[in-house]
Design a protein around this ligand. Structure first.
Ligand code: BES
Ligand code: MN
Ligand code: ZN
Length: 498
């Protein structure tokens, strides 16, 4: 897929297709008006006849338009102009991409970057176009014998810019959009791979191959014996029931100067979560292959970083393990000692994410981080609380909270804050250890966050619960690549690069 930027009038484009917007009710955008003039009113005639109302996402393809230089014109409904926000913009881009890909235009010129999206400038619109187009065209068919191929797929998108002066900056927006799309794609691929292929060892291999092609990135993989030496009794209690060895993947991106404090990302990497001895019910258990989507988002963000070459330091940590029942597996009531020295009573082996994360979070201290963000498909309770539209955000530092919330808004990958008040910690009391690993049904997403907060006292920290956002279920089952866009935006903002 190729993207480029260009400035020029719609009626002058020799192209397979020119894409222009129509607002509800039946109002032509300025690009549509120009094309209407050259085609002797062909567009306004169709609109008047009722073929195109302008409802959001509506499409109408005009073949061989009179007098025009292009083969086709695609009219795309934009809804009411005053309702054109980020979500509406993505909706109309999605419809555009689907329609073009299915109707034989292998190349198209978009006059959609000129649409007035509330509060978002041309550069934001360029980036979104690139990201959304790549998102829609994504297929995961590496494990299918018959790949359903489109005979004439969309290959090239030319994005129009009203102002010639913006071309250079426009090109850099496209580059950022592509880097994010690349990161999202990597996260989706890793997420969609089944548990028998995407094991902790496989994740470690992926990290290593990223570092082989980028000299700013170095990767070290800690084995179980290394983790034993570090006293990671909590992490190791999770992999006991599996024959796949646990790994702690340490990725180090050095784009800044030596003494710049790094941001540390920690991604939950449970490559399959059966629940362990506290085994899960059978329905939809296959979806627990997605329990490594936090890890996938860290790898995807690293990949985007190596493309963007941002001038900062970033560490990615992935505690990776399976969670399976076995004669060796941890049992409810077992007590383990974490790397921090705190003891944990495992009342439910299905609350394993926090058990691997807590040791990785303690390990993060050695980097003297500017901030630590962990990303985890941590609780079903978060899905109940927020649904699939927002990731749950908890933090011990207000400015970090705002930075992440704003990054999510700008990237179209939103998070929503949940309270981390000390009251919630009471639910984690244990009669036999320093804490229990579960806190009962009430506020389940928050008590999971409260558990992690006991291991993050030494630095600014935020936790993103992505259980609802990392993948979608049902007929369109698949990984979303979230929250790679949020994370990359946060890093871009951090080094003030756009
Ligand atoms: N990976 C799951 C969380 C999850 C469940 C994400 C369903 C998305 C959909 C996590 O390891 C887990 O099992 N959490 C338990 C915690 C409970 C035992 C306190 C849960 O949410 O039920
Ligand atoms: Mn679990
Ligand atoms: Zn899990």
């Amino acid at each position: 897929m190729e993207f480029s930027v260009k400035s020029g009038s719609p009626e002058k484009q020799r192209s397979a297709c020119v894409v222009v917007g129509v607002f509800e009710p039946r109002r032509l955008s300025s690009a549509a008006q120009k094309l209407d003039e050259t085609t002797n009113g062909a567009i306004s005639a169709l609109v008047r006849r009722g073929d195109m109302e302008g409802k959001l996402g509506q499409t109408l393809l005009i073949h061989n338009p009179d007098n025009a230089l292009c083969d086709r014109i695609l009219l795309i409904g934009c809804g009411r102009e005053r309702d054109l926000d980020e979500t509406a913009y993505r909706t109309l881009l999605t419809q555009t991409t689907k329609t073009l890909n299915e109707t034989g235009s292998m190349e198209a010129v978009y006059y959609l970057t000129e649409l007035p999206v509330k509060g978002r400038d041309i550069f934001w619109r360029l980036r979104q176009t690139v990201e959304t187009t790549r998102y829609v065209l994504y297929r995961f068919d590496q494990l299918k014998s018959d790949k359903d191929t489109t005979r004439r797929p969309l290959r090239k998108v030319i994005l129009s810019l009203p102002n010639r002066r913006d071309l250079a900056k426009g090109e850099s927006s496209v580059r950022i959009g592509l880097a994010i799309a690349e990161g999202v794609q990597m996260a989706r691929n890793l997420g969609n791979l089944p548990g028998n292929i995407c094991t902790p060892t496989y994740l470690a291999e992926q990290a290593k191959s990223l570092s082989r092609i980028n000299k700013q990135l170095t990767v070290e993989v800690l084995e179980e014996k290394d983790m034993e030496k570090l006293g990671m009794g909590s992490l190791l209690s999770v992999s006991r029931g599996s024959i796949e060895p646990a790994k702690l993947i340490v990725m180090n991106y050095q784009g800044g100067s030596k003494d710049d404090k790094p941001v540390v990302l920690v991604g939950k990497g449970i490559t399959f979560d059966s629940g362990g001895i506290s085994i899960k019910a059978g329905a939809a258990m296959d979806e627990m292959k997605y329990d490594m989507c936090g890890a996938a988002s860290v790898l995807g963000t690293m990949a985007a970083m190596t493309e963007l070459q941002l001038p900062m330091n970033l560490i990615g940590l992935v505690p990776a393990s399976e969670n399976l029942p076995d004669g060796n597996a941890s049992k409810p009531g077992d007590i383990v000692t974490s790397m921090s020295g705190q003891t944990i009573e495992i009342l439910n082996t299905d609350a394993e994410g926090r058990l691997v994360l807590c040791d990785a979070l303690t390990y993060a201290e050695r980097f003297e981080p500017a901030a630590v963000v962990d990303i985890a498909t941590l609780t079903g309770a978060c899905v109940i609380a927020l649904g699939k539209h927002a990731s749950g955000l908890m933090s011990n530092h207000h400015p970090l909270t705002s930075e992440l919330l704003n990054a999510g808004k700008a990237a179209g990958d939103r998070a929503w804050e949940m309270p981390l008040w000390p009251e919630y910690e009471e639910q984690l009391k244990s009669n036999f250890a320093d804490m229990a690993n579960i806190g009962g049904r009430e506020g389940g997403a928050i008590t999971a966050g409260a558990f992690l907060s006991k291991f993050t006292k030494k630095y600014h920290w935020a936790h993103l619960d992505i259980a609802g956002t990392a993948w979608v279920s049902g007929g369109e089952k698949g990984a979303t690549g979230r929250p790679v866009p949020l994370l990359v935006q946060y890093l871009l903002d951090k080094c003030k690069c756009l």
